[in-house]
Write a protein of this length. Structure first.
Length: 361
């Protein structure tokens, strides 16, 4: 049985809450005070860092990682299917029964084509967060290479840090292109086109430096978060679109790294906390269904009353309202995921119980 480290589960919980908070800010209450997104957009980056921090340092074979990622990919596809079937009920246009009786089979043809090409379709924005599953597929393909690269030996460390520097250069150039300082050019191999691959590598670097002294960690946290915020704020003022809140930017890399170190150190107060481990084990499920819950709440009268008052609040008051809303959605999703897991575990037990036992002769 896998031993869960409570401080890693704590990081997962905060990262998941950050994603929900960002989606609430952008999708539920609009972006009247969009500077808030500068501070709360670190969840996905931290999630990906956890992969490098917690997976590449352990003696896990490729088969186990393959099965794990296939399971995650399958859960993503299942979430997508459910989202398509229930979409009109979620947005309040049809009853639940009508949705179940009028399954949109044409949409599934498109879905199958996208699955074959490893693309998760964005079904009317309700599944936009499932791009994360695509990233898991890429990490699955890259696992043997990343696992070999993320080894704390002299040659591997040198090679990994050269790759890290190349990714950083690529991110800086992308930022310069976005703020119109340089023209767009095609200058790096295809592998460097997915800048999110930098995050598991950074996660592993954080793992091998996890035992640095306390003073050095505090200075590093303050430095990274401050520089990251200044960089993101610069993009916020200069970039012509929402580029400043995207994950593959240098500002978000610096900021998210500082947040990760901060959360890892706060999380170490939880030695072996059963509650933290229990909630952390549900974060993937919470992530998968939270967008459906956010969209469903848009049909509730409470949302409309709250939305009307949001623009009369100060940025800090709006943030506190959104944080409270995010916590409520997190708890609601936690309850739903817990019930689903419990039901499936009981079904599994029943199937195993009914399965005929072999006679030992």
């Amino acid at each position: 049985m896998q031993v869960r480290k409570s401080y890693i589960e704590f990081i997962r919980i905060i990262a998941c809450l950050s994603v929900i908070l960002l989606h609430i800010h952008l999708c539920l209450f609009g972006t009247s005070n969009d500077i808030i997104s500068i501070y709360i957009n670190f969840g996905v980056a931290v999630f990906i860092m956890i992969i490098g921090y917690a997976s590449y340092n352990e003696s896990k074979n490729y088969k186990k990682q393959l099965l794990k990622m296939i399971k995650i990919f399958s859960l993503g596809i299942l979430t997508l299917v459910i989202s398509i079937i229930l979409y009109n009920w979620i947005i309040g246009e049809k009853s639940l029964l009508n949705c179940l009786l009028s399954i949109p089979f044409k949409e599934f043809k498109i879905l199958i084509l996208n699955i074959i090409t490893l693309h998760i379709p964005d079904y009317k924005y309700i599944t936009s967060h499932l791009w994360y599953i695509n990233l898991y597929c890429l990490l699955l393909i890259m696992y043997p290479i990343l696992k070999k690269m993320c080894t704390n030996k002299k040659e591997e460390n040198l090679f990994r840090r050269i790759v890290l520097i190349l990714f950083i250069i690529k991110m800086i150039i992308n930022d310069l292109i976005k703020i119109n300082i340089i023209d767009s050019v095609d200058y790096l191999p295809k592998i460097f086109n997915d800048d999110l691959l930098i995050y598991p590598i950074v996660g592993y670097e954080l793992y091998i430096h996890r035992n640095e002294n306390k003073t050095k960690k505090i200075v590093t946290i303050i430095f990274l978060i401050t520089i990251g915020l200044l960089y993101k704020y610069m993009l916020f003022n200069i970039a012509s679109d929402t580029y400043y809140r995207e994950n593959p930017t240098m500002g978000n890399l610096i900021y998210s790294t500082g947040i990760f170190i901060l959360l890892a150190n706060i999380g170490r107060i939880f030695k072996n906390n059963k509650i933290i481990n229990f909630i952390g084990n549900k974060t993937l499920g919470i992530y998968l269904i939270h967008y459906m819950i956010i969209e469903k709440l848009k049909t509730c009268s409470f949302y409309h009353r709250t939305y009307q008052n949001m623009y009369n609040l100060s940025p800090m008051q709006q943030f506190l309202w959104e944080l409270l809303y995010a916590i409520l959605i997190f708890i609601l999703c936690l309850v739903i995921v817990t019930i689903i897991k419990y039901v499936f575990s009981k079904i599994k037990q029943l199937i195993l119980h009914l399965k005929p036992k072999k006679n030992n002769r």
